[in-house]
Design a protein around this ligand. Structure first.
Ligand SMILES: Cc1cc2nc3c(=O)[nH]c(=O)nc-3n(C[C@H](O)[C@H](O)[C@H](O)COP(=O)(O)O)c2cc1C
Length: 135
């Protein structure tokens, strides 16, 4: 079966709380599993960065729904195309929780990236790093 991957960034509209993130992630997990789509969604209090991978039809259909979601804007694809293997075999989500130090986001993301390629890792680690408060 041929696999397809889309990676995009976007900016949150209004305020999205950790609770909202949990809701988005929970709903996405159920729907994506049904379509055999895996990936990673990262939220760092202002921006989303997501990878979707799986059958081309399903990835494109899910992305079209996400694109129209009013909870974010400025959706920009960073990468799109066929892949030989999944970089994220399971669905995963990481977000900045105000109750936890930001360093932990980077640690969580690093752990999730163990099977990802160098270019994907660079995007996600850069994004997790971006919003660390000054020491
Ligand atoms: C940043 C972000 C990421 C999302 N990721 C997914 C996803 O991976 N899979 C999914 O089915 N829905 C995802 N959603 C939710 C979809 O945009 C949409 O609300 C959901 O698929 C329900 O669509 P429907 O109301 O047209 O059925 C995401 C939403 C946002 C804001």
């Amino acid at each position: 079966m041929s696999l397809y991957q889309i990676m995009y960034i976007s900016t949150v509209t209004g305020t999205v709380t950790p609770d909202d993130c949990a809701t988005i992630a929970r709903e996405a997990a159920v729907r994506n599993r049904r379509d055999d789509v895996t990936g990673l969604l990262l939220f760092n209090s202002r921006r989303f960065l997501q990878v979707l991978e799986g059958p081309k039809d399903a990835v494109e259909r899910i992305f079209a729904r996400i694109y129209d979601d009013s909870r974010h804007r400025g959706v920009v694809k960073l990468r799109e195309g066929a892949i030989v293997a999944r970089e994220f075999g399971q669905w995963a989500m990481a977000y900045d929780d105000p109750c936890r130090p930001s360093d932990s986001l980077k640690d969580v993301v690093a752990a999730l990236l163990t099977s990802a390629g160098p270019s994907t890792s660079a995007h996600f680690l850069g994004s997790a790093e971006l919003h660390r408060p000054a020491a």
